[in-house]
Ligand binder design. Structure first.
Ligand code: BGC
Ligand code: NOJ
Length: 811
């Protein structure tokens, strides 16, 4: 069942009922001011940091669901309704929500009145704009009362939801004309305030929630709306809100538009006040003035469209398969940008108060957005590297505002260092900007310890070399990519962290997955060394890699698949002798991507085992058989009921590893099949089962052991975005940036006759046409670059500004 449809020409997803299986959201803003917005206008805004600079309040995990947001109430006679249906849930005569790239349009109609609510965060400004258009299509005169409403958060979202003894007494506002200023804590430690404004004078307002909703009222039934209107309340403590009332007579056929804004303003300390206690509003007034002109909203919308066209223009494919094209050209790249902006902080599953930026997550996210914004990728790499420790290990997380590592979580996730090589390598292949390796980056955020980025990569590589276990495989530490495989933790008490309880640097537990990473990204490190003329170092690295390959094929091979790990007692994990958890997806994906066992046959055998044992109609599950009881020696993984999350859920993140692995072996049919099964656009018609948004990936889909097999969770903020984009653009469509230029190496289903890609790369535009006359799955027979036969399938780097025609014949 579908709850909407794709509108590819406008790059929108059109939701046609407000009763989606879960709120389906969008992200507005891609610089410093952000808003999360659901299809019924629920959500919240924040400036840079979803925890520390939360502008509006949102109650997670609440019932009824998704009540706080950017709602407008319309009172028409005795009927009160919202254009987005929530929170009153008054049945609408018509409804449509269009989530576009950086904007959302919600249209609702009731009793002959059409209301259109358009929301966006303009480029280059710290505010949310909301344009409301009301049209009377009823044929009779109407007297409407219109009320916009937002509830302010007292800035620190964590404190806001726990420290009530203080917070019920600190709230402060000022009201000047059509602007409501939220200035809690401005008198002392804050130099920022929020402003909610309208572009015309309201007939009344409220700033105290009790006055607007009623002490026992609710967003679904605000007293002011259902009763006699706003009262002019001024919040002192309790809950400051911004509510306004507009009395609007609307003749038949007439239309009225009101523009609202919610802005974030910072004042320099010396300019905070214009009189004792009175906020200096000049910056807010300048912001309001920027949108005073009716054309300014349209201009902001146009600018957004241009921005996204430019970003997405770096990779556009045309295959004739609409679902594939729309994911690659629009939604998958869009999701990659959102993960760049948010990391794992704020979604409808991430409260914005939890983890900061993950070291591993941020490095992997890079793989998906580096082609769109290489300059920002560069800065991100340098920020991440500065949280590495001198021995090559790394803080597992860091804070976006301070860019400092999180002491509370610390380090010891032994895959982390290698991801820094992965991210930097992707940047180098994309940009050819070798100067990044000379940039000085702190270790442990300490400028005294700064070293060139190259030295950081060296220490990343060496960290694995110096942390090997009894079999010669890498020690796992607190966990590797699988945060829930906690082999040195032994947590027995509720509330203990699964990751950081117990000895971190267990000297026994080893990871075959990290071994695969070491081979794959170690090769990248060796290639970087070669490029720099560090031949001895490259050779040394290659020897260590070759040794590791042997070790994997020996201690890491189970006969039909790669083992997962060895636990703290030296027992095999992910082997046939295990009662549960006999086979895991991660080492199959990573070891085959690394090329381990490619010549000797283990790679192909491992992928067959994946197909035989882990495949389901909704994707590949993480492991089988699922753990049915808690295994103290394995940790969090066995704490999840079978079929969920890392315990045999379909972890969408590592499905693309299998896609990439299959293409390594030339299996184009299978690679595409694996891609298709988790791809949102291909499963749009089972939205009642999948439940999460059909335009973005979820981190996890419940596996076959779960009662809710096929149900998605944790949509939006997941490494799945980057990895699927990489798998489809580089592994399937075969447009691969290398250190020396763009290589074309498609691996497609045999029935694909051809496709075209436009790829921006190092300043030039490559127009690539691939033809597959013989119906092969892999192999390039011939390549013409601007009509001239190329040597092999590598396009030499072309001058910036040039347009290059490339014709590739598979065979
Ligand atoms: C989740 C993992 C996640 C980890 C992050 C765990 O509870 O299951 O998917 O990586 O938390 O801290
Ligand atoms: C989500 C985390 O953000 C990521 O870092 C981790 O690799 C996966 N979960 C798997 O546990």
């Amino acid at each position: 069942m579908q709850y909407g449809r794709f509108d590819d020409a406008r790059r929108e997803y059109v939701i046609t009922t407000p009763r989606t299986p879960l709120p389906w959201i969008n992200y507005l803003g891609s610089e410093e001011f952000f808003t999360i917005l659901s299809n019924t206008a629920g959500g919240y805004s924040f400036y840079r940091d979803a925890r520390l600079r939360r502008l509006t309040r949102y109650r997670y995990n609440n019932a009824p669901l998704d009540q706080e947001g950017f709602h407008v109430y319309i009172r028409d006679g005795e009927t009160v309704w919202n254009p987005g249906w929530q929170p009153t849930q008054t049945e609408l005569d018509r409804y449509e929500c269009r989530h576009g790239l950086g904007y959302t349009l919600i249209e609702g109609g009731k009793n002959g009145v059409l209301a259109r609510q358009e929301l966006l965060v303009p480029q280059g400004d710290n505010c949310l704009l909301m344009r409301l258009t009301l049209r009377n299509e009823s044929g009779a005169a109407k007297r409407l009362r219109v009320f916009p409403y937002v509830e302010f958060c007292l800035w620190d979202a964590m404190d806001d939801s726990s420290n009530f003894q203080r917070n019920f007494s600190t709230g402060e506002v000022e009201v000047v004309g059509p602007a409501i200023y939220h200035k809690t804590e401005y008198r002392e430690r804050r130099d920022h305030y929020a402003v909610f404004w309208a572009d015309r004078q309201p007939d009344a307002f409220d700033t105290a929630r009790d006055a607007f909703l009623g002490v026992y009222g609710s967003p679904a039934r605000p007293e002011a709306v259902f009763g006699g209107g706003c009262t002019g309340s001024l919040a002192h403590g309790w809950q400051p809100v911004a509510a306004q009332q507009f009395d609007l007579p609307l003749a038949p056929g007439a239309e009225e538009t009101i523009l609202f804004g919610l802005g974030y303003i910072e004042n320099p300390a010396a300019e905070k006040f214009t009189a004792p206690g009175v906020v200096n509003k000049s910056r807010a007034e300048a912001m309001m003035a920027r949108y005073a002109d009716a054309a300014s909203f349209d201009a902001a919308l146009e600018a957004l469209r241009g921005h996204w066209s430019a970003l997405l223009g770096g990779f556009q494919v045309s295959t004739g398969e609409a679902k594939l094209d729309r994911m690659v050209n629009i939604w998958n790249q869009y999701q990659c940008m959102v993960t760049f902006n948010m990391s794992r902080s704020a979604s409808y599953f991430e409260s914005g108060m939890g983890r900061g930026m993950g070291f591993r997550d941020s490095c992997q996210d890079l793989l998906g957005f580096v082609h769109m914004i290489p300059e920002r990728a560069r800065q991100r790499i340098l920020d991440i590297a500065a949280t590495q420790f001198p021995d090559g290990s790394a803080y597992h997380q860091y804070q976006p505002l301070t860019k400092k590592g999180n002491l509370a979580v610390g380090s010891g996730f032994n895959d982390d260092p290698l991801w820094l090589i992965a991210g930097t390598d992707a940047y180098l292949r994309e940009t050819g900007d070798w100067s990044i390796l000379d940039e000085l980056c702190d270790f442990d955020n300490d400028p005294q310890l700064a070293q060139p980025l190259l030295e950081h990569l060296r220490r990343s590589f060496r960290y694995t070399c110096t942390h090997l276990g009894p079999h010669g495989l890498p020690l796992i530490g607190r966990a590797d990519w699988n945060d829930c495989l906690n082999l040195n933790c032994f947590s027995e008490h509720p509330g203990e962290s699964f990751q950081i309880t117990g000895p971190s640097e267990g000297p026994v537990a080893e990871s075959v997955f990290i071994a695969g990473m070491f081979v794959k990204y170690g090769r990248a490190w060796a290639a970087i060394c070669r490029h720099l003329g560090l031949d001895a170092e490259a050779a040394e690295a290659e020897t260590a890699i070759a040794d590791m390959e042997k070790t994997v094929l020996d201690a890491g091979w189970d006969g039909e698949w790669f083992r997962r790990a060895y636990d703290a007692f030296g027992h095999v994990i992910g082997g046939r002798e295990c009662e549960e958890g006999q086979i895991f997806i991660e080492p199959q994906g990573m070891c085959v991507m690394a090329g381990i066992g490619k010549e000797s046959g283990e790679a192909a055998r491992a992928l067959r085992s994946v197909e035989e044992r882990l495949d389901t109609k909704y994707g590949i599950v993480l492991l089988q058989p699922a753990y049915t009881r808690y295994h103290l020696e394995l940790g969090e993984i066995s704490s999840y009921p079978p079929g969920y999350k890392e315990n045999a859920g379909i972890f969408c993140h590592n499905n693309p590893w299998i896609v990439c692995a299959e293409t390594e072996l030339g299996h184009g049919d299978r690679a595409f099949e694996v891609y298709r099964r988790t791809c949102p656009a291909f499963i749009e018609d089972i939205s009642e089962i999948h439940r999460t948004e059909p335009y973005v990936y979820s981190q996890m889909v419940a596996g076959r052991d779960a009662p809710s097999f096929g149900e998605g969770k944790n949509s939006w903020l997941t490494g799945t975005a980057a990895w699927t984009f990489l798998s489809v653009s580089q592994a399937i469509l075969g447009v691969k940036p290398t250190l020396d230029g763009l290589a074309i190496d498609p691996c497609v289903p045999a029935d694909v006759k051809g496709f075209s890609v436009v790829r921006r790369y190092r300043g030039a535009e490559y127009r690539i046409r691939v033809e597959n006359p013989d119906g092969v799955q892999k192999g390039v027979r011939r390549m013409l670059v601007d009509g001239k036969a190329a040597d092999g399938n590598l396009i030499p780097v072309q001058p910036a500004g040039s347009v290059v025609e490339v014709l590739v014949t598979m065979g």
